[in-house]
Design a protein around this ligand. Structure first.
Ligand code: ADP
Ligand code: MG
Length: 395
């Protein structure tokens, strides 16, 4: 068991907290502050414990100096301050005397946010490459490290794994604890039937997820572009739909191994081009030569609903159509509606686009858990260890 906030004494301590403030920003405005909201529980807890709170986060990807202009955390500090209803001291540095002095002057209960940790990537990818010297330096700025950035826990960066390696005490934050509890409940100890819905664009992205979940799931419903590789493996016509030719043999293998578990679409919404124009519902599972499948069809919506209605646990990863286009969002909306109305099922959503779809379509509060980590939740569903979690001290 990993240490959590309850296991440590934060009174008057300098506490480095790795949060995930990697939020979408357009023209200097935050489009969706969900990840900031989700970090409040841990920050408020530490403030109430009289800690000196020092926040670190990355934002976007930094390749050139020009990237830094649009990827400052300054707007995040402002929003955080509104949400916390207290001052957030923003330091536009990630190292050096200005930052060190600000930390030294911090009073118990105050909150400081330093600049985007990935600014260090300009110098030999020191943050993303988990540079030991940078990690040691950041670790030297505090007494305790708290990892509350679930979204980057599948990566080894200087600001998560690195700091944890070089600091005296470490523990998980409340968001990470919640993510692990909720995703873990669905994968490790599910009430059955466990019904998994997998969608998205590529089989190759989800092979390890299929492998791992086939062991525990009662049904795996496959939709989205992934389904065409499986349908092709069964001899159906798929027209111009996305197919991964090199994965057809593997799809066939899964179908033979787990025939009774895998549920595939029986019809599709097809279009002649990849554009947001009304499509046509196919007659059956075949797709005509000049068409591509961009969403599940009406009969498939009913078939998937029939399976979902029996579920006691649902894991959803990957939209079942091109939900970003309104003409091909109906299938994904129907999945949201069906799982939202299950009153005796535990429902978790992992995967960046599925989470975005659920939130965008207005279902944010209807599920037991929507993961804040796209890639990290995928790695978790694959049954693999997350390095950002593994590195935290055991109780
Ligand atoms: P997640 O982030 O939830 O794991 P993925 O990244 O695997 O999901 O896949 C999401 C993408 O898959 C979306 O951009 C969606 O448009 C695309 N997609 C879903 N169905 C299809 C389809 N039939 N054809 C092309 N793209 C599709
Ligand atoms: Mg995605």
């Amino acid at each position: 068991m990993k240490k959590t906030l309850q296991d440590l004494n934060f009174e008057n301590k300098q506490v480095l907290v790795r949060v995930d403030f990697n939020v979408p920003i357009t023209n200097g405005m935050i489009d969706d502050d969900n990840r900031i909201q989700e970090s409040l529980a841990t920050i408020n807890y530490l403030v109430a414990q009289n800690a000196k709170v020092i926040l670190l986060s990355h934002l976007g990807r930094i390749k050139t100096a020009a990237d830094c202009e649009n990827l400052s955390l300054k707007v995040v500090a402002q929003r955080l301050s509104e949400l916390l209803k207290q001052e957030v001291i923003f330091i536009n540095e990630i190292q050096g005397p200005v930052l060190e002095a600000a930390i030294a002057n911090l009073k118990s209960g105050q909150v400081l946010l330093m600049e985007n940790t990935r600014f260090a990537d300009l110098d030999n990818k020191r943050e993303s490459g988990n540079d030991a010297n940078l990690a040691k330096y950041w670790a030297s700025l505090g007494d305790i490290f708290v990892n509350d950035a679930f979204g980057v826990s599948h990566r080894s960066s200087a600001s998560n794994v690195g700091i944890a390696n070089y600091i005296g005490q470490s523990c998980l934050g409340l968001l990470v604890e919640k993510e692990l509890t909720m995703l873990g409940k669905a994968v490790h100890n599910p009430r059955h039937p466990l019904v998994v819905i997998l969608g998205g664009s590529k089989v190759s992205d989800k092979i390890s997820v299929i492998d791992n979940l086939l062991q525990v799931a009662d049904k795996i419903i496959i939709g989205g572009a992934m389904s065409y590789t499986f349908l092709k493996a069964q001899g159906f016509l798929v027209g111009k739909s996305l197919v991964e030719t090199d994965k057809i043999a593997l799809a066939k293998e899964y179908l033979e191994k787990a025939k009774d578990k895998i549920v595939l679409p029986v019809d599709h919404i097809m279009a002649s081009e990849f554009a947001d124009k009304p499509g046509i519902n196919s007659k059956d599972a075949n797709i005509d030569d000049n068409y591509m499948g961009l969403d599940i069809g009406i009969k498939t919506q009913e078939l998937f609903k029939k399976h979902l209605d029996t579920a006691k646990t649902v894991i959803w990863n990957g939209p079942v159509g091109v939900f970003e286009m309104k003409n091909f969002a109906a299938g994904t909306i129907s999945i949201c509606q069906n799982i939202a109305q299950l009153d005796d099922a535990f429902v978790v959503i992992g995967g960046g686009d599925s989470a975005a779809a659920a939130i965008q379509l207005g279902f944010q509060n209807q599920f037991n858990h929507i993961s804040t980590g796209g890639g990290a939740s995928l790695v978790f569903l694959e049954g693999k260890t997350l390095p950002g979690i593994a590195v935290i001290q055991d109780k």
